[in-house]
Ligand binder design. Structure first.
Ligand SMILES: Nc1ncnc2c1ncn2[C@@H]1O[C@H](COP(=O)(O)OP(=O)(O)OP(=O)(O)O)[C@@H](O)[C@H]1O
Ligand SMILES: [Mg+2]
Length: 558
């Protein structure tokens, strides 16, 4: 049986409709089916049991299988289950053919994966009709399976490519991270060195310029040579002090005064200065974020940053070009902070300063922010501009990154931590802290408007105030009231002027604190013969906060 079975395809038809494998342990059954199918144009192979059938399938796959149920060894259900469990044979339709006609057997046949069930004895036409139907149905199904396999292969290939790309991009990110860390460490150690030197240097400079000033003030007016020498010495020490300030800024040793700052407004207000720095041949434009961006910053320091960047851009565009400054809000996600040179993820204001200038070559890129790194000719640049930028931005918990290529312009990206707008608004609307007190102050001014204005200013700050319209009235009030702690007096007044009043008061109370208010210069008071302690001077017109501060300082002075 076995010998005959494997090569028993006898169909000599020129146009074969398909390959069919018939599996049955009964040779008569095999032969009947073989004849019917071959006569109808199919190429038929036979197998006398399950094992042979499975082996035969490995060699070549049929388009359809007729499967008997009861066979020695493996039964038909098991054969079918194995076929369906193998992806390479799962698409072949299996028709059960059996003498068993109970429903449970039929159900079992379908459950094991069969598509149809033919009971013996069968009608020839019916069998052929079923074969045609299932072959017809199997074709698109096979196509579907093939497409599915193809799709899976493609998905696998894409996934592999993606994984490969991810590995490469992870390696890139890692390399960038490493570079960033190295750069940060390098800047940190240069910063420490520069900061230490600058600090000591500053002290030395203070002595040089201090003694220089004493010399200047004591050299005879006719000693022209020495006067000139001292002037040059002081000029040089001022220049050295400037460099030291730059180094201190780089090493973040400056005292900064951070306040909530609306960054767009700051850039807008610095615009005129920037335009003046870059000149008329360079076009200057700004583009601001839709949102109001607030940062906690020392406005003066951020202006210094912008001015340094503008100066560099100007030098990079000697024949004109374009400088643009834009602002945006950006979110730095966790894990990306180091890549941006930042200490923490979060919302940042991004200030982008771009020029269309000469660009920066690769070699310079790694050294730009180092103090004294310059490519400019001697006398043109000290190489401190970007160091100052770096120090200031770092001191603001931000970062500055540069993108550039020789010939393609340069872009500096500055990240500053955003602060909550609501808080910022509340903060910025807070009145400035007033230096006030509860002492009694005597104001002497012949200008009624000024006297009354000073009264309301001082009373608002908590003081008790008395106002006199001339020196005589002021002296009378002073004699009458024992509790006056400070006298704020105009210099030029009718009846008794400020200096006369001062002298009379000091006669009665030698330690009484007096502040003069005047349109004259401080020198003029000296000329009027006053050079004693506890005398201060405020020039008109004055700032309210300055008046209050001076009063407080004078009152607190021991
Ligand atoms: N926008 C830019 N385009 C091209 N090169 C630049 C730009 N900004 C900086 N550089 C390069 O970086 C170097 C360092 O700049 P940095 O501002 O620190 O010093 P500097 O401009 O040379 O001198 P200083 O600012 O002290 O006058 C410059 O000499 C220049 O080579
Ligand atoms: Mg510069």
């Amino acid at each position: 049986m076995q010998g005959k079975s494997m090569e028993s395809g006898k169909g000599e038809h020129t146009q074969l409709k398909g390959n069919i494998l018939v599996v049955d342990d009964n040779p008569d059954n095999l032969s009947v089916l073989e004849q019917i199918l071959t006569a109808d144009g199919y190429k038929v192979r036979t197998a006398s049991n399950g094992e042979i059938a499975l082996k035969a399938l490995k060699a070549r796959q049929p388009d359809l299988i007729f499967l008997d149920i009861i066979m020695p060894g493996m039964d038909g259900f098991e054969v079918c289950r194995r076929l369906k469990g193998d992806p390479s044979t799962t698409g072949i339709p299996v028709l059960f053919i059996s003498a068993l006609s109970e429903t449970k057997d039929k159900l079992m046949a379908f459950e094991s994966g069969g598509v149809d069930y033919v009971t013996k004895p069968f009608a020839e036409q019916e069998v052929l009709a079923r074969v045609r139907t299932h072959l017809g149905l199997a074709a698109p199904q096979r196509e579907l399976l093939r497409a599915n396999r193809e799709l899976n292969r493609e998905i696998k290939a894409r996934k592999a490519a993606e994984d490969k790309y991810r590995v490469i991009s992870d390696q890139c990110v890692e390399k960038k991270l490493e570079e960033q860390l190295l750069q940060a460490q390098k800047m940190e150690s240069i910063g420490l060195l520069a900061g230490g030197v600058a600090h000591d240097f500053n002290n030395i400079l203070t002595a040089i310029s201090g003694y220089g000033q004493i010399l200047r003030d004591n050299i005879a007016a006719d000693n022209v040579l020495l006067r000139e020498c001292i002037a040059q010495l002081l000029k040089a020490s001022e220049r050295a002090a400037e460099l030291t300030r730059g180094l201190l800024a780089f090493s973040r040793k400056q005292v900064i005064n951070p306040q909530p700052v609306h960054i767009d407004l700051l850039i807008f207000n610095t615009g005129k200065l920037i335009q003046r720095i870059i000149g008329e041949d360079i076009e200057f434009c700004t583009e601001f974020s839709d949102k109001k961006l607030f940062v906690q910053a020392d406005a003066g320091q951020i202006e210094l940053v912008l001015m340094n960047l503008a100066a560099n851009a100007r030098d990079a565009m000697p024949r004109g070009g374009r400088l643009s400054i834009s602002t945006n809000q950006v979110m730095i996600h966790k894990g990306y902070e180091v890549l941006h040179g930042l200490a923490a993820p979060g919302e940042y204001a991004l200030i982008t300063v771009s020029d269309s200038g000469s660009g920066i070559d690769k070699e310079s890129m790694g050294r730009l922010f180092e103090p004294f790194y310059t490519t400019k000719e001697v006398g043109k640049g000290t190489g401190l501009g970007l160091s100052i930028v770096y120090g200031i931005i770092k001191q603001h918990n931000g970062s500055v990154m540069v993108c550039s290529e020789a010939g393609l312009g340069t872009t500096f990206n500055i990240y500053l931590p955003l602060i909550d707008r609501y808080n910022a608004d509340v903060e910025s609307e807070k009145p400035p802290t007033i230096a006030g007190g509860t002492e009694t102050i005597l104001v002497a001014d012949d200008e009624l408007i000024v006297g009354e204005y000073l009264r309301s200013l001082l009373e608002n700050a908590g003081y008790r105030v008395m106002v006199a319209v001339d020196g005589e009235e002021a002296l009378a009030m002073f004699e009458e009231h024992d509790d006056i702690s400070l006298v704020l007096s105009d210099l030029v007044m009718p009846k008794m002027n400020g200096v006369e009043l001062f002298t009379a008061i000091r006669k009665r109370k030698p330690a009484m604190k007096v502040i003069f208010v005047s349109g004259y210069s401080a020198d003029s008071i000296k000329k009027m013969g006053i050079s004693e302690d506890h005398v201060d001077f405020i020039a008109k017109p004055f700032e309210n906060s300055l008046v209050l501060l001076k009063i407080r300082e004078a009152l607190d002075y021991e």
